[in-house]
Design a protein around this ligand. Structure first.
Ligand SMILES: Nc1ncnc2c1ncn2[C@@H]1O[C@H](COP(=O)(O)OP(=O)(O)OP(=O)(O)O)[C@@H](O)[C@H]1O
Ligand SMILES: [Mg+2]
Length: 309
């Protein structure tokens, strides 16, 4: 199947600062593709090049067979964009904004149905300036979808939304995808990437440091499980670290933290039982995308700056 979005060897600098340094990826038809990375990683710059809002210094971009710069007018009809810092005139009402933006497109969606799907039905007459942060966010998503796009690019989809609104938005995005829309999603939230994305490109310092499914990313960085417990009696580390399924053991006060494969829990509990050691307050955590993300990027921009002053 041909890629809907193809980015090859993208480079973009702002003066001396390299924001995007040789980024390549391809998004398949009907996919939800995530771009994940710390602040300043180059995510927005990358998607703005895909949208044709910025001109790359080098590299090729193909979206629906179009060149985002050369074929801007045609692409605008087929690509929906949610801007990270979208602003509208203060006095423009929600309903007016939806109708106005709809009028730019050949095949606009029904504004009332879209407002309803995004929980904005009651705010149709509210001016932009009087919307809450979450309502502004929902409106920006609605405006990205008002043209019935084939591809939607969503930058920080759920930033500023409360947990319920975030889950509602995830459901909406899944509905949108079910209708055949390909989605490029920029996010900081691991939970969002795990929940929504088929594949994720992790970007750090302008480079793609990993590209895989959320599950495969999590597995690659840290196999399986983390087991915490308080042993009823002291024991030697080797009792557990000799087990083939155990990859590590640390102690935090009187709490033992064991990492290992997905089979580690069974192996650890049976050895402890054989030695009459009770494991109090036993807790098992699955390694998630959060672990993968932190390990791959080495923390946020602040930490990086501290490391390389
Ligand atoms: N117009 C600009 N002029 C100069 N530097 C810029 C400009 N836009 C972005 N940058 C810089 O380029 C780098 C990448 O910025 P970008 O906005 O692409 O990051 P991001 O990954 O989207 O970050 P965030 O998670 O904070 O949105 C940052 O260091 C940023 O300061
Ligand atoms: Mg950004």
């Amino acid at each position: 199947m041909p890629a809907v979005i193809e980015v090859r060897n993208l480079h973009k600098r702002y003066g001396p600062h390299v924001a995007v340094d040789d980024v390549s990826f391809a998004v398949e038809q009907g996919e939800i593709f995530g771009i994940l990375g710390p602040n300043g990683a180059g995510k927005t710059t990358t998607v703005e090049c895909v949208e044709g809002l910025r001109t790359p210094d080098r590299g090729e971009i193909d979206v629906l067979g179009l060149d985002p710069r050369r074929d801007r007018a045609e692409l605008t009809q087929r690509l929906g964009v949610q801007l990270q810092d979208g602003q509208l005139p203060d006095r423009l009402r929600v309903g007016e904004a939806l109708r106005l933006y709809g009028s730019f497109y050949r095949r606009p969606a029904d504004p009332a149905a879209l407002a309803d799907a995004l929980g904005l039905a009651g705010a149709q007459r509210t001016p932009y300036a009087a919307l809450s942060g979450g309502q502004k966010q929902r409106l920006s998503i609605a405006l990205a979808l008002i043209g019935s796009p084939e591809v939607a690019v969503l930058d920080e989809l759920t930033t500023g939304l409360d947990p319920q609104a975030r889950r509602d938005t995830w459901d909406l995005i899944q509905d949108v995808r079910a209708r055949g829309v390909t989605i490029l999603l920029v996010t900081h939230f691991m939970a969002e990437a795990e929940r929504l994305c088929d594949r994720v490109a992790v970007i750090d310092g302008g480079r793609v440091v990993a590209l895989d499914s959320p599950a495969a990313l999590a597995e690659r960085v840290q196999g399986g499980q983390r087991i915490r417990f308080r042993p009823s009696v002291p024991f030697e580390d080797a009792l557990l670290t000799d087990l083939p399924d155990v990859t590590g053991l640390t102690r935090q006060g009187d709490v033992v933290v064991v990492t290992g494969t997905d089979n580690a829990l069974g192996a650890v509990t049976s050895v402890l039982a054989r030695h009459d050691i009770a494991a109090d307050h036993l807790r098992v955590e699955q390694a998630g995308l959060e672990d993968a993300f932190v390990a791959l990027t080495g923390g946020d921009e602040k930490t990086r700056r501290r490391r390389t002053p």
